[in-house]
Design a protein around this ligand. Structure first.
Ligand SMILES: Cc1cc2nc3c(=O)[nH]c(=O)nc-3n(C[C@H](O)[C@H](O)[C@H](O)COP(=O)(O)O)c2cc1C
Length: 200
């Protein structure tokens, strides 16, 4: 009898914690994985929608919040005309000191550990709007993953330039370049490689 009681007691002792932790893991799988990965956000600027579409997919695949960098003065078709040496974007390209004004953030960057930072390639690098954004923010302690879309150019030095403008604060990964209309698979493959994909 004593032996039977001891057996039951030891079985219960062994089984209980297992059952309890399995149930606990199921109950808070989302918050546990967020705690491990930190809180993440996809911040992007997009003049004609390509980078926005990529940003939205990355946010979906990583379970990140989303924030658009919005210029105070929207870029018109004429502004974006790179054939015109006098267009707004041409003028901005030629003046290192220009920082186009941007609207106030809709999220507090201080709340996030990981920042996916998206932009179109303009003239082989990131638009001056991005220069303004990274100079205004403190990336200390954050992991930053720059990504961009372009017609054909590579990411070039765009990520390194933004890192330098951010005062070399934070841990910056190499920038990832996507085509203008990347497929879900192209984006998914990159996201999986970053280690920040949501667990299925
Ligand atoms: C002013 C301007 C300059 C551009 N310069 C380049 C370039 O140097 N190389 C390139 O491959 N594409 C260039 N593009 C094309 C954009 O990078 C591409 O269309 C991008 O996907 C646009 O992103 P968005 O729709 O998010 O604004 C340029 C576009 C504009 C408007």
């Amino acid at each position: 009898m004593k032996r039977a009681a001891a057996f039951i007691a030891s079985f219960l002792l062994a089984a209980l914690p297992f059952g309890a932790s399995a149930a606990g893991e199921q109950a808070d799988a989302g918050s546990a994985s967020e705690a491990a990965r930190g809180k993440s956000i996809v911040v992007y600027f997009s003049a004609s929608g390509n980078t926005r579409a990529a940003a939205e997919k990355i946010a979906e695949l990583t379970g990140s919040d989303l924030m658009e960098i919005v210029p105070e003065e929207k870029y018109t078709e004429a502004d974006l005309n790179w054939h015109d040496g006098e267009s707004r974007t041409s003028v901005e390209k030629d003046d290192e000191s220009i920082r186009p004004a941007i609207k106030p953030d809709t999220k507090n960057l201080a709340d996030y550990d990981t920042v996916f930072l998206g932009y179109p390639i303009w003239w082989g690098t990131a638009p001056k709007v991005l220069w303004n954004f990274v100079e205004k923010h403190d990336f200390t302690g954050k992991t930053v993953l720059p990504f961009c879309t372009s017609h054909s150019s590579s990411e070039g030095e765009s990520g390194k330039t933004l890192e330098r403008l951010a005062g070399n604060k934070g841990t910056w990964r190499d920038a990832k370049r996507f085509p203008e209309h990347p497929t879900d698979d192209e984006i998914g493959a990159w996201v999986n490689g970053t280690g920040f994909a949501l667990k299925k």
